[in-house]
Design a protein around this ligand. Structure first.
Ligand code: URA
Length: 234
């Protein structure tokens, strides 16, 4: 089995992250640093990541977290900010976030130690839909809604058609839900800004059929067997 797949299956990291660890010299095979990305792990090989021996069959864990504002979606932070790792510190397996949410975005974040599933969900070719609830400034006029639905230029990239619904419109602000399947950096914020309605608050409420529902901010729940199967079969 290829080295990055072996590391991903052990639950340490996604395949891409495994390659990074390998290039950076954090991976040893039979006691020697292994930097060859294409290395084929043999049945009797001992593989270590950061000094810890790993095997390709750690118990798989899948959770849905409601990320609060003011947390980064990484497992450690060089600027000492709070991270989502602080919210799942009672889980012994080495889980990591699937994709990311901005520092000030709240809502649904899937975390797992299943590197293969993480890889799959993060890959743009799988077109997994993500739904957000946005509070925005201004009026979401018919023209603005039409632009969002058609696709807007967010600086060198024109977004695919989005599903957008107004939940509430007041004099100065609106609440809308928006579903997109791309994952450009700060995409939803950039889309609303592009039509003149900057985002004030943003919450991810669904990933595909997985719903945030009533999960309290800062807490997590285990995904159900059905939800896990659904994600694997996407
Ligand atoms: N779009 C954004 O602008 N921010 C997020 O956190 C997620 C999607």
């Amino acid at each position: 089995m290829r080295l990055n797949k072996f590391i991903a299956q052990s639950g340490i990291a996604s395949r891409r992250k495994a390659d990074e660890l390998t290039i950076n010299g954090n991976v040893k095979v039979n006691g020697r640093v292994m930097k060859e990305l294409g290395y084929d792990v043999l049945p009797d090989d001992t593989v270590e990541v950061n000094g810890r021996v790993i095997s390709a069959d750690e118990k798989k864990v899948y959770i849905a977290l409601n990320k609060p504002k003011g947390f980064v979606t990484t497992m450690s932070d060089d600027k000492d900010r709070l991270t989502v790792a602080d919210l799942v510190s009672d889980i012994p397996e080495r889980i990591f976030p699937v994709g990311r949410l901005d520092y000030n975005t709240t809502g649904l974040l899937i975390m797992t130690n299943d590197g293969d599933l993480a890889n799959k969900l993060s890959h743009p070719k799988h077109h997994v839909e993500k739904t957000y609830r946005a509070k925005v400034s201004g009026v979401l006029s018919g023209k603005r809604m039409a632009a969002l639905r058609k696709g807007v230029d967010i600086g060198g990239f024109v977004t695919s058609p989005a599903k957008v619904t107004i939940v509430k419109q007041t004099e100065k602000s609106a609440i809308a839900t928006i579903t997109i399947h791309e994952g450009k950096n700060r995409q939803v914020r950039k889309m609303f800004k592009a039509v003149g309605c900057p985002v004030q608050e943003l919450t991810r409420i669904a990933i595909g059929d997985i719903q945030l529902a009533r999960l309290k901010e800062g807490t997590y729940r285990k995904l159900t067997r059905q939800e896990i199967d659904y994600l694997k079969n996407l």
